[in-house]
Design a protein around this ligand. Structure first.
Ligand code: PA5
Length: 433
């Protein structure tokens, strides 16, 4: 199997190899401290060897649970927020057909917002459907998923009765702590554990990501195999790919390029970028430091954000997720009248048009002062997504080490929660201002 690659040749007119090497030294130190467990946040390094620790028994249990729920239901609602849904959403969006008619079980998401209209519409959609729930929360106490779970659990009980609802609910949470664990134990739901030493945004290769992906009928073994192969590649090469990406982005950051835009030319990658934004935003954005992670879908956003990227403030750099081979072939047809003047494209594949858009954009943006890297992905498959996840996790941890922050906590997320609890009158939060 091939491996994903990194091409940073188009940043070299903005930062020199010397500047990159200086960051590389820091990256190698950061890598060492990850490996020997002396980095900041070392309680949360469970993701490091996770790919090779997943056993066939665990995969089998996840697959069986998914098969059972798929047989019992038409729809499964995945409830979770942040790291408890983005990895699964990324894989499912990337690997499902854009216009799937869902003859099998359909997977939908909830608990990643507190929109009343969203929940109303979801409840209306689930009315009279055979549905199941996969509720995911490491802490077991996060408000958004808890509210969605309370509503949907009640609906399920009303539609199917208590006994069936218990069979149709699966909880993924901490082994011992939290409200969700207590509920699951009391009701007898099937449960899967999120290991203590794996933070939410690094948890895609635990049941958090794997069960929803299996529920969507996708290949979890290939996903894991991709991660295992990237893990081996990192081991054999001193994490060269991750060290290089982390070093290049930090060399750019030191020169004032403080925003990284992850770009795709395939809308199926939209949620891969969302997953990446959470990983990098929550890991690096602290102590008044960190590259701001943003994303765009091209060519769509070339007709909106493209103007800013080409000519706006010069503090951005781009990393393009570039897929080499499409799954299908579509050619532009020839037209006898050529009134739309498109015959110059006749016989060419749509992917060639897309690839030239990608190259043309890269050249234009570099010319306009935007450094550009490419993460080259041979094909959009579960296998390469597994590689990509592990690569990005490793590079993120190294990059956090270069910045000198704890890449595994998220203290800033508490501020809004505390205010919200105070405003809503949660017991214990009354006196906060
Ligand atoms: O990365 C993280 O730890 C967070 O973003 C969490 O994933 C998110 O806040 C959801 O938390 P929980 O799974 O505890 O509900």
């Amino acid at each position: 199997m091939e491996s994903i690659k990194l091409d940073y040749s188009k940043v070299l007119s903005f930062v020199g190899e010397k500047e990159i090497s200086a960051q590389q030294e820091k990256a190698i130190k950061a890598l060492k401290s990850l490996k020997n467990g002396t980095c900041k946040g070392s309680d949360f390094l469970g993701w490091l060897d996770l790919p090779v620790q997943i056993t066939e028994n665990e995969l089998e249990r996840i697959s069986s649970c998914a098969d059972r729920l798929r047989e019992q239901t038409d729809v499964v609602v995945i409830i979770g927020i942040g790291g408890s849904y983005l990895g699964a959403k990324a894989v499912i969006e990337a690997m499902s057909g854009s216009f799937d008619v869902y003859s099998g079980t359909r997977v939908v998401f909830a608990g990643n917002n507190v929109s009343e209209d969203y929940l109303y519409e979801l409840q209306a959609f689930l009315k009279d459907k055979k549905f199941g729930i996969c509720v995911i929360s490491k802490s077991g106490t996060t408000t958004e998923p808890a509210v969605a779970f309370r509503l949907l659990k009640d609906q399920l009980i009303e539609q199917e009765g208590v006994a069936v609802s218990r069979e149709r609910i699966v909880a993924i949470t901490d082994e011992k702590k939290g409200a969700l664990r207590a509920m699951a134990d009391k009701e007898g739901y099937e449960t899967f554990v999120i290991p203590d030493n794996v933070g939410g945004r690094y948890s895609v290769l635990t049941p958090v990501g794997l069960l929803p992906v299996a529920l969507a009928g996708l290949d979890i073994r290939s996903l894991v195999k991709g991660a295992v192969d990237m893990w081996s590649c990192m081991k054999e090469s001193d994490a060269k790919l991750a060290v290089t990406y982390a070093s290049v982005r930090n060399a750019l950051y030191e020169k004032g390029y403080v925003i990284e835009i992850t770009v795709n030319f395939n809308p199926k990658l939209h949620y891969v970028a969302e997953w990446w934004k959470q990983l990098y935003g929550e890991s690096e954005g602290k102590e008044s430091k960190g590259i701001f992670p943003a994303s765009v879908d091209f060519t769509t956003d070339l007709h909106s954000m493209g103007q800013y990227i080409q000519e706006g403030r010069r503090n951005l750099f781009e990393t393009v997720l570039s897929i080499e081979k499409t799954k299908y072939r579509v050619q532009v047809p020839c037209d006898a009248h050529d009134l739309d003047k498109l015959n110059y494209l006749a016989g060419k594949r749509v992917d060639e048009v897309n690839k030239m858009a990608e190259l043309g954009t890269q050249l234009a943006h570099v010319e306009g002062g935007v450094p550009n890297m490419r993460v080259i992905i041979p094909e959009l498959t579960e296998y390469y997504l597994g590689q990509l996840f592990y690569f990005y996790e490793m590079a993120c941890a190294i990059s956090g080490g270069i910045l000198g922050v704890n890449a595994f906590d998220q203290p800033g997320v508490e501020a809004y929660k505390n205010n919200m609890f105070m405003l809503l009158g949660k017991p214990g939060y009354e006196k906060r201002s």
